[in-house]
Design a protein around this ligand. Structure first.
Ligand code: SAH
Ligand code: SF4
Ligand code: F3S
Length: 478
């Protein structure tokens, strides 16, 4: 996953619908040629929300007369949209800055800016630590980019890391440069008000705020009109989406928003991420059940299968609560609804038995997919201040590997049970393996590959799954 992703490159991967995109994944914005003079090169790290923000940044800079390039050597402005979620994510960016430094030596006029979570976490300290950086801009300050760039053009450094309680960039139409023209992501909220003890996000993204429901519907409708067939509604905790009109007459919660988006067109698939186990309601599950075009896939990160560890993590639910939410999903949406999770191995003071509880949760839920990490202490978080990071690295890695190995069996089994059935697949484009095959996904977000016939990108086709690789279904159109 470490190589740059260009426009259609991610197609065959069973990628998360949104934010658990493992850091280390990096996406380079594709080139556009509008004949403008200044070239912007932007690389995005971390979660889907960051990738979405890069589309907003590009939109703001388009209005300032920038063009995008995918050739770093050719860039006048290089922006790295960064992630702080784990230490490794930050190391990756620092290494990248060193490489960019050698380009800058060859092209001294090149400006280098750091955006996103690392910018927010380190603030102006970045300018001292990494001398080549000219600009440091936090996630809520992107409207200030044009002003900051002129400041840098004038010979100064530019820094704005102010967090906002209101900014949602609701009025900015993202420039969808890395899209395949079929699927798009829509940010419905920003920030996070939870305080999971391991997590840096509340510090880097600020307070939770929900975007104007009308602007979300408008954006989704415009995507449908432009031929898009799938939208993913994004937020750190979508279930706590809550918007009220200025006159206080209209209130929209997440279930209602989901329904409104689903009603835009029966041809539009709707996905969302991330659901927090403490907040996901039966109302959301019933809304999913009522609308065939809301995909039956829920990313419901557990983090641990042990109640004591969950309490230390400040997740505000325990194992019985999580199990009950899974039963509700099965009751309302059936066995076919896909469920995925994020797991952290080796959190502070986790015992061997408690780690076994995480494994037993995997067995119980039978996840379709899991994004697994070993614990990485982040400065300033509750855990860093109050708990000792006392699990040796080898133990963390061993526990992580056990989680990964077990989960792989379950993912295979979830794929295997889909063989012999007909799936509605939204075609995303050519398969990476062969030009004669197309790749798409079923409702459950499983990858489906089949001979291309007359189908085209953006079509819905019915595919009979005849076998599985364990990470994709292979089949034929029927
Ligand atoms: N809002 C989402 C998570 C966003 S961060 C949620 O509440 O589930 C994505 C994932 O990164 C988390 O679910 C968690 O599993 C992992 N993560 C976050 N902080 C981490 C840390 N300090 N060490 C290891 N993994 C971490
Ligand atoms: Fe981090 Fe928890 Fe918020 Fe998710 S819900 S972003 S893990 S603080
Ligand atoms: Fe996302 Fe990484 Fe920030 S996961 S919110 S870019 S810390």
């Amino acid at each position: 996953m470490a190589q740059p992703l260009l426009t259609l490159d991610f197609l065959d991967k069973a990628a998360p619908t949104a934010e658990a995109t493992p850091s280390g994944d990096v996406r380079v914005t594709a080139a556009t040629r509008t004949g403008r003079q200044r070239k912007l090169y932007i690389e995005s790290y971390g979660c889907q929300m960051n990738f979405s923000d890069s589309e907003i940044v590009t939109s703001i800079l388009f209005d300032e007369g920038f063009d995008t390039t995918d050739d770093l050597a050719n860039a006048d402005l290089v922006l790295l949209n960064t992630c702080s979620i784990r230490e490794k994510a930050e190391q990756t960016v620092r290494m990248r800055l060193k490489q960019i430094n050698s380009h800058k030596k060859r092209k001294p006029g090149m400006l280098v800016g750091v955006l996103g979570c690392m910018a927010e976490r380190l603030k102006s300290k970045f300018l001292e630590e990494e001398k080549i950086v000219d600009l440091v801009v936090g996630p809520d300050a992107y409207r200030d980019l044009p002003g900051l760039i002129s400041q840098v053009d004038g010979g100064q450094k530019g820094v704005n890391v102010l967090l906002s309680r209101e900014e949602t960039y609701a009025d900015i139409t993202p420039v969808r440069l890395n899209s395949n023209g079929v699927m798009a992501f829509i940010s419905i909220m920003r920030g996070c008000d939870n305080m999971c003890s391991f997590c840096v996000v509340p510090f880097t993204r600020g307070r939770e705020r929900s975007r104007d429901a009308h602007s979300i519907i408008q954006e989704a409708s415009a995507l449908v009109a432009a031929g898009y067939r799938e939208v993913t509604l994004l937020g750190q905790n979508v279930d706590s989406y809550k918007w009220a009109s200025a006159d206080g007459l209209e209130h929209v919660n997440f279930a209602q928003l989901l329904e409104r988006v689903a009603l835009i067109s029966p041809e539009l698939r709707v996905r969302f991420s991330t659901s927090h186990p403490k907040d996901i309601t039966d109302e959301v599950l019933h809304t999913m059940a009522r609308h065939h075009n809301i995909c039956k896939y829920i990313h419901l990160p557990a983090q641990s299968g042990n109640s004591r560890v969950l309490a230390l993590m400040n997740r505000t639910y325990d194992r019985p609560w999580y199990e009950e939410r899974v039963r509700a999903i099965r009751r309302i949406l059936g066995e076919d609804c896909a469920i995925s999770t994020d797991m952290i191995a080796g959190f502070c003071s986790e015992t061997e038995e408690e780690h076994q509880d995480s494994l037993s949760l995997l067995d119980l839920v039978q996840y379709d997919m899991a994004y697994n990490f070993f614990y990485s202490e982040r400065p300033g978080t509750l855990a860093a201040r109050k708990l000792e990071d006392d699990i040796p690295l080898e133990t963390k890695k061993r526990r992580l590997q056990e989680i990964i190995d077990l989960q792989q069996l379950h993912a295979r089994a979830r794929y295997a049970r889909m063989v012999g059935r007909v799936h509605q697949v939204l075609v995303e484009g050519p398969s990476k393996r062969s030009a004669e095959h197309l790749s798409g996904r079923n409702d459950q977000n499983q990858v489906v590959i089949f001979p291309k016939g007359n189908a085209r990108k953006g079509d819905y086709v019915n595919v009979l799954a005849t076998s599985t690789t364990g990470a994709a279904l292979l089949g034929e159109m029927v």
